[in-house]
Design a protein. Structure first.
Lengths: 359, 343
């Protein structure tokens, strides 16, 4: 292991960024610097004696300070389309100026749009109206522009990443399953769920960061097995020790999701503009608090239409290139990954019968 | 309505203009116009002090409290935890009354020094352990003290809230100033309330956390006191209902930690009923208003501090014991190939 490596992880307070910091710190494989935007998001990282630095990717001066003395940058910033696109542009520009040895950009398989069949890295990137995917497409274009200017860039396209600290595919899904309102989506949940356990993804990213053959390349990173979304729900549900899931007819699932569209929009407007007064009302009046909890639970347990579409997508993101070029060998099958995931959920009090959210 | 202050209001310095000053102390001080009139803000970040002065109509601010020592009668110490002891000691030994943010000090030894210094100087040392004002917790204390439910047999206390405090300095996570996390922060309230309910310091059985040399984000403590066992679980990494239960010989009481206007009471018959508790404090800022008002009146000798510094020594000593005995949780998800190869 090269002793003179210093990694900067941007977006280090996020799910994957945090895992990269922790893994590098625990392995002692390289010096690591954790770039964050707000101190309040440092709680997970601060458990380790790591160098935590301010690195708002919309602030080029902060980026320059954070990248000073760094050899490798792993760019994990997510968030708004602006943060993704402009933040990536800023990070690339500073990395290029400073002559950073390697720049790893974390993208997503959502850049392929809504494909079907086997999808490898040669598949054309396609917008399908998903702001996150679209922003990542723009960010990748910027990456290749800077690669052409001489910055050694690698792009990583992870699939559905789950595991400890995952919000969407672990904590949120566990909450849905625990609600008793989640179900198997008959005819709509048989699409391919391309899961990758987060430790496998981290291993793949670090392999790419140290492979000269990875420069100028993009890699899909997925897990060792694929299953249907309904299978994922069933297996996660079983790992949590919950009663068997009911099956919901396709028309009913779609109807409920459609009905919830305006409800979600209204809730978002209220949250964005009136959060403080609404919280005050809830604090003062118990019925108001109860009503809000019921509404929130209803929103949480109803999949968005875009989610129903994802659960039905028949695409398998293949990782032959990562296996051949990087020697990537994902180790965690779904049962092994879910076992660790549920142990973590219990540890943080999210799979404990005493700590279930109020119904 | 501001409470009546029968004597000349003291000149107070609010030392530290971080998030706790902005969200808690200054809104409360603003409801005491006669105190606000003479208030002096202190922060070495001039822009921050100026911004707070503008926001709360404070006329004066200085970068260093030493510049105001000749003028002030009292101070609110709203600084990072590692500064509570040195700054409070400096003030107390100069005869300045102190209201100190929780935790009173980083260790029981330091807290004891502060209490002794206040005693020697004959000044007030009050601590902002505002949960002692929760009507729910006061009711639990009454029920335990008057024997309505018999002796306590088991206490469970859980707090799961994703850390979102808008810390300005980030001192919580600075290894140079702090390597302590949720047990010292949220746990300061929890362990204080438990010691208060039990009337003494429990005996530690098990203490675990998830620190790898930094500030822990998840902690679990098990204890025993006079036939009553207990478990506290705290998490900054996840949100779950913040909830407590005290099971006693002849019943039990439980509640949502932050619903301080009611408790669920179960008496010998097994029937559980919600007990609404009258309280003037509807919001957190109301509690801050009462704490600050109490401090002002304590300085004037009109009433005793709600939480004198000496009252929290037990919980700080217990916190010290928890840290000293802490072992790391088994965290198998970090047992991954990259880490194993590195080792």
């Amino acid at each position: 292991m090269a002793a003179n490596e210093t990694f900067l992880i941007t977006g280090a307070s996020g799910f994957i960024g945090g895992w990269l910091v922790e893994t590098l710190r625990l392995s002692g494989a390289a010096d690591v610097r954790a770039g964050i935007r707000r101190w309040s998001s440092a709680v997970r990282l601060a458990r380790f004696p790591v160098d935590i630095v301010a690195c708002d990717v919309l602030d080029p001066e902060q980026i320059a300070q954070a990248m000073d003395g760094v050899t490798h940058v792993i760019h994990c910033v997510s968030g708004s389309p602006e943060a993704i696109v402009q933040g990536t542009a800023n990070a690339l520009e500073v990395a290029h100026k400073l002559g950073i040895r390697r720049f790893i950009h974390l993208s997503t398989t959502e850049v392929y749009g809504e494909p079907s069949g086997e999808v490898d890295e040669t598949y054309t990137l396609q917008s399908f109206g998903n702001p996150y995917g679209d922003a990542k497409i723009e960010a990748e274009k910027l990456c290749w522009q800077y690669h052409d200017k001489g910055l050694p860039v690698t792009v990583i396209r992870p699939t559905i990443v789950y595991g400890p600290f995952s919000g969407t595919w672990t904590v949120y899904l566990a909450r849905r399953l625990q609600s008793g309102q989640w179900s198997i989506f008959e005819g709509r949940g048989e699409g391919v769920c391309n899961l990758v356990y987060v430790a496998d993804l981290v291993t793949g990213i670090l392999l790419a960061a140290r492979s000269d053959q990875a420069v100028g390349e993009a890699f899909n990173l997925s897990g060792p097995e694929t299953l249907s979304w309904n299978d994922y729900f069933r297996r996660f549900n079983a790992a949590l020790g919950l009663p068997e899931l009911a099956t919901k007819p396709p028309s009913r699932a779609r109807l409920r999701s459609t009905v919830m569209v305006p409800v979600r929009m209204t809730a978002r407007v209220v949250r964005d503009n009136f959060e403080a007064p609404v919280k005050r009302v809830a604090q003062r009046f118990r019925p108001a608090k109860k009503l809000m909890q019921v509404l929130e639970q209803f929103i949480v347990t109803t999949p968005r239409l875009s989610e129903l579409s994802l659960y039905n997508r028949q695409a398998t993101y293949v990782t032959h290139k990562a296996q051949d070029v990087l020697g990537y060998r994902p180790r965690y099958d779904v049962d092994a990954g879910l076992d660790l995931t549920v142990q973590w959920l219990r540890h943080v009090g999210l799979a404990d019968e005493h700590n279930q959210p109020e119904q | 309505m501001p409470e009546h202050l029968s004597t000349k209001p003291p000149t107070i310095a609010c030392i530290g203009c971080g998030a706790i000053a902005e969200r808690y102390y200054l809104p409360a001080l603003a409801r005491h116009p006669s105190v606000l009139e003479k208030l002096i803000l202190v922060d070495r970040d001039d822009a921050r002090a100026r911004a707070m002065a503008d926001q709360f109509n404070v006329k004066r601010w200085v970068p260093d409290y030493h510049a105001a020592l000749d003028e002030i009668d009292a101070a609110i110490v709203a600084l990072p935890t590692n500064l509570h002891h040195p700054v409070s000691m400096d003030l107390l030994t100069r005869g300045v009354h102190v209201l100190c943010e929780k935790p009173l000090a980083e260790s029981a030894d330091k807290a004891r020094e502060m209490v002794e210094a206040a005693g020697k100087a004959g000044v007030v040392l009050a601590a902002n352990y505002q949960q002692r004002l929760f009507a729910s917790f006061i009711k639990v204390k009454q029920l335990l003290d008057d024997g309505t439910l018999g002796k306590p047999r088991a206490i469970t206390y859980r707090v799961g809230e994703v850390f979102a405090w808008p810390t300005v300095s980030g001192f919580y996570f600075n290894a140079q100033t702090s390597a302590r996390g949720i047990l010292r922060d949220r746990g300061a309230h929890v362990l204080d309330i438990i010691c208060w309910w039990l009337g003494g310091k429990p005996t530690l059985i098990v203490s675990q956390n998830d620190s790898f040399g930094g500030s822990e984000a998840v902690a679990c403590v098990q204890f025993e006191h006079d036939g009553c066992t207990g478990e506290v679980k705290l998490s900054w990494l996840s949100k779950f209902p913040c909830w407590y239960e005290v099971a006693c010989e002849r019943g039990a009481v439980e509640g949502d930690v932050y619903d301080y206007r009611s408790i669920l009471l179960q008496t010998g018959s097994g029937r559980q009923r919600r007990l609404a508790l009258p309280t003037r404090e509807k919001l957190y800022t109301d509690i801050a208003y009462r704490i600050v008002g109490n401090f002002v009146r304590a300085v004037a000798g009109q009433e005793a501090p709600i939480v004198p510094g000496a009252d929290v020594l037990n919980s700080i000593e217990f916190t010290d014991e928890c840290y000293a005995a802490a072992t790391r949780f088994d965290l198998p998800w970090y047992d991954i190939p990259e880490v194993q190869h590195g080792r």
